[in-house]
Design a protein around this ligand. Structure first.
Ligand code: DGT
Ligand code: CA
Ligand code: CA
Ligand code: ZN
Length: 581
C-alpha cells in the first residue's frame, strides 16, 4: 500500500472513531477531508514533507494535520489515533470494518444496546436485540448478518495487493544484510493467489545468524514465533506471519519448488519421481538407492537440485509457471502460452477528474504514453453513478469532444472516447443507444443491485453482453475480496454468450477486485471468449496494479491471442469498429 493510502486510512480511522465517540461534526469532517485530499494527491506525500510549509501548501491541509502527517512519516504512527483507539472498548473498532456498518450505526449499537464487538453483534442479531431498536429495519439487519457471514467464511487471509508489497519491502531490506546472496518469496504469493495465508521467504546467506538477527528485529515485527538455525517465523504488526528459511545455493531450486507448492503439485511431482525410481524432497531429486534415511543425510549426489528448470527436466516434465501449480493443473500437461506483462500495449478502462479520478485528461494520457501503450481509453462513469460524479448526457458529449480534440493532436497514441456505463438492475444501460454509438469504446459494468439473485444477475449480464454497442463487461460480478460477495451469475452461460457476440469480459486488475477471478478466466479461455485486463485507473499509481491482473489471467491460462490488451493497434481498433454501426 502506498504511503498516501496508509496515511489516508489513518485519518479516515480518526474521523470514524471521533464520530463513534460523538465528537463534534466539524472535527469529524475535517479529518475526513484530509483523508480525501491525501488519497487524491497525484504524487507521494513524502515529496511535500521537506518541511511543514510544504504540507500546509497543499489545499485542505492545515497546521494540525501537517504535524500528524510528519509524525506518521517519522514514526509510522499517529499518536492521536492510538489515543483515540484506547478510549473506546477493545472490539469496537472491529465493528467499523463490517461492510455496511457506518460509524453512526456503530455508535448507536454501543450506546443503546452495549454492542461493542463482533461477537456481541452476532449475539444481538440472534436474540432479537437489534430488531428491538427503533429505526433499525429488517433489511438493514439482514445486510449486517450477510456481511458477518461473509467475513467469517473469507477468514483472515491477506489480500495479494497488501501481501506482495510487504514481501517486496522485506526482501529489499534483507537483501542488504551482509552475507545474503539471494532472497526470494515462494508459497501462495509466488503462485499469485488472490489471498495469502502467510508469506514464505527463502534465502541463501553466508551468515545465517546475522540474517536471523536482522529478520527477527525488523521494526515491523510484532512477535517472534520461532527462531532456529534454518527457519525463523515472525508476526508483523499488520498481523501477517512471515516464514524465512535459509537454504544452500546448490539446493535453491529444490527448496523454491517445494516451498512454492502447491502441496498438491508437490505430491504429484513426488509420485512421478517414485515411478521413475527417484526421490524428490526440498533438498533435491535423488536416485533411489534403497538406503535407509534421507538421501541428503547420506551424502547422495542429487540428479538435480540447483534450479526448478533442472528438476522439471530431470522428471521429463514441462516447466510449470508458479501460477499453474494448483491442484487443478495437470502436471503431465504442457502449459499453454501465457500472457506476460510486457505484452500489454493498451489500457482500456481508466477514469479522469471528469468523474471520480484524480488525473486530468492529459495526465491520464501521459501515464499510458510513458508505458509505451498504443491505446488508452477514457471511460468515466455514467449518470446513475452519482456518488462517482457520473456524467450527464450533456457532460458526456462535451467530454467526447475534448477527448477527440486531444486525440487529433497526438500521433503516437490513440485516445479513445469511452464510458464505463452502468448496467442497471434489469440489464438496461444507463445511456441511450444513439449516444453510446458515438463512443469509440463502451464498458458496461454492474455497480448497484449486487445482491440480486443468481438468475436475475445472469439475465442482467447476458443482456449487456448481447447489446450490440458494448465492447467489454467491466468487473462482471462486482465482488470485493473479503468484503462483498457480489453477483453469482451462471458464468458458463455468460462466457458462451460473450464468445458468440465477441464481447470481452474484463479482469479488473485492482487487487481488491480481481474480477473475473482465476476460475472464471479458465471458463472464458475454454469457451474461446475475449478477455480484457484493465487497471480501472483512478490515479497514476493505479497503472501499476496491472501485475495483479496478469497473475490472475495466468492462473486462468489466458494466452495473448484471447487478451485484447496485447493485440497490435490495428487488430484492436478493427474489433472496436466491428461493434459500431
Ligand atoms: P497459504 O500460505 O495458506 O496461502 O498457502 P501456501 O501454499 O503458501 O502454504 P504454506 O505457507 O503452508 O506452505 C508453503 C508451501 O510449502 C506449500 O505451498 C507447499 C509446501 N508445503 C508445506 N507443507 C507441506 C506438506 O505437508 N507437504 C508438501 N508436499 N508440501 C508442503
Ligand atoms: Ca504461505
Ligand atoms: Ca508458510
Ligand atoms: Zn471503472
Amino acid at each position: 500500500m502506498s504511503t498516501n493510502r496508509q496515511l489516508a486510512d489513518c485519518f479516515e480511522r480518526i474521523a470514524s472513531i471521533l464520530e463513534v465517540t460523538g465528537a463534534n461534526g466539524f472535527k469529524v469532517n475535517a479529518n475526513r477531508r484530509v483523508a480525501r485530499v491525501i488519497k487524491d494527491l497525484p504524487d507521494d506525500i513524502s515529496s511535500h514533507a521537506g518541511d511543514k510549509k510544504g504540507l500546509t501548501a497543499i489545499d485542505g491541509i492545515g497546521a494540525g494535520s501537517a504535524d500528524k502527517i510528519l509524525e506518521f512519516l517519522d514514526t509510522g504512527e499517529i499518536s492521536e489515533l492510538a489515543e483515540l483507539t484506547s478510549q473506546v472498548p477493545d472490539g469496537l473498532v472491529d465493528l467499523l470494518d463490517v461492510p455496511g456498518l457506518g460509524p453512526k450505526t456503530v455508535r448507536r449499537l454501543w450506546q443503546e444496546v452495549d454492542v461493542t464487538s463482533i461477537e456481541k453483534l452476532k449475539l444481538a442479531i440472534g436474540d432479537g436485540t437489534l430488531e428491538s431498536m427503533p429505526r433499525m429495519g429488517a433489511k438493514t439487519i439482514a445486510n449486517i448478518a450477510d456481511s458477518l457471514k461473509f467475513m467469517e467464511t473469507s477468514g483472515d487471509r491477506l489480500g495479494i495487493g497488501k501481501a506482495l508489497p510487504i514481501a517486496e519491502a522485506l526482501i529489499t531490506q534483507l537483501a542488504e544484510i551482509p552475507g545474503v546472496e539471494r532472497i526470494e518469496y515462494a508459497g501462495s504469493l509466488r503462485r499469485g493467489r488472490e489471498t495469502i495465508g502467510d508469506i514464505d521467504l527463502l534465502a541463501v546467506t553466508m551468515d545465517p545468524d546475522a540474517l536471523a538477527d536482522s529478520f527477527t528485529t525488523l521494526p515491523e515485527v510484532a512477535k517472534i514465533l520461532a527462531r532456529g538455525a534454518t527457519k525463523c517465523s515472525v508476526r508483523l504488526q499488520r498481523g501477517v506471519q512471515v516464514d524465512l528459511r535459509m537454504v544452500s545455493e546448490d539446493a535453491f531450486g529444490a527448496a523454491l519448488m517445494y516451498f512454492t507448492g502447491s502441496k498438491e503439485h508437490n505430491v504429484a511431482l513426488r509420485e512421478r519421481a517414485i515411478k521413475a525410481g527417484q526421490r524428490l524432497n526440498e533438498y533435491g531429486l535423488y536416485p533411489d538407492d534403497g538406503g535407509e534415511g534421507t538421501p541428503q543425510s547420506r551424502g547422495v549426489t542429487p540428479v538435480a537440485a540447483a534450479s526448478e528448470a533442472d528438476i522439471y527436466k530431470a522428471l521429463q516434465l514441462p516447466v510449470h509457471p508458479p501460477e499453474l501449480r494448483e491442484q487443478r493443473d495437470d502436471v503431465e500437461q504442457s502449459p499453454p502460452p501465457l500472457v506476460e506483462i510486457g505484452l500489454v500495449h493498451a489500457e482500456l478502462h481508466a477514469h479522469t477528474r471528469a468523474s471520480d479520478g484524480v488525473m486530468s485528461l492529459p495526465e491520464l494520457v501521459e501515464q499510458a504514453r510513458s508505458r509505451g501503450y498504443h491505446t488508452i481509453a477514457v471511460t468515466d462513469h455514467s449518470k446513475s453513478s452519482v456518488q462517482a460524479n457520473g456524467l450527464s448526457e450533456d457532460r458526456l458529449r462535451k467530454h467526447i469532444d475534448e477527448v477527440r480534440e486531444l486525440d487529433s493532436e497526438l500521433k503516437d497514441i490513440r485516445v479513445l472516447a469511452g464510458s464505463e456505463v452502468d448496467i442497471l438492475a434489469d440489464g438496461r444501460l444507463d445511456y441511450e443507444d444513439d449516444l453510446l454509438a458515438q463512443l469509440d469504446i463502451v464498458i458496461a459494468s454492474p455497480h448497484v443491485a449486487l445482491r440480486q439473485s443468481a438468475d436475475k444477475a445472469t439475465s442482467r449480464l447476458l443482456r449487456a453482453i448481447r447489446h450490440p454497442l458494448v465492447h467489454i463487461i467491466g468487473h462482471p460480478t462486482g465482488r470485493i475480496i473479503n468484503k462483498r460477495e457480489g453477483l453469482s451469475p451462471d458464468m458458463a452461460a455468460l462466457v458462451e454468450a460473450a464468445a458468440e457476440c465477441r464481447t470481452a469480459l474484463e479482469i479488473n486488475a485492482n487487487p481488491l477486485r480481481l474480477d473475473l477471478r482465476d476460475t472464471h478466466v479458465r471458463l472464458a479461455v475454454g469457451a474461446g471468449c475475449l478477455v480484457a485486463i484493465n487497471t480501472d485507473a483512478h490515479s497514476p499509481e493505479d497503472f501499476d496494479l496491472l501485475r495483479y491482473g496478469l497473475l490472475t489471467a495466468r492462473r486462468g491460462r489466458l494466452g495473448p491471442d484471447q487478451c485484447i490488451n496485447t493485440w497490435p493497434a490495428d487488430r484492436l481498433h478493427e474489433w472496436l469498429s466491428s461493434k459500431r454501426p
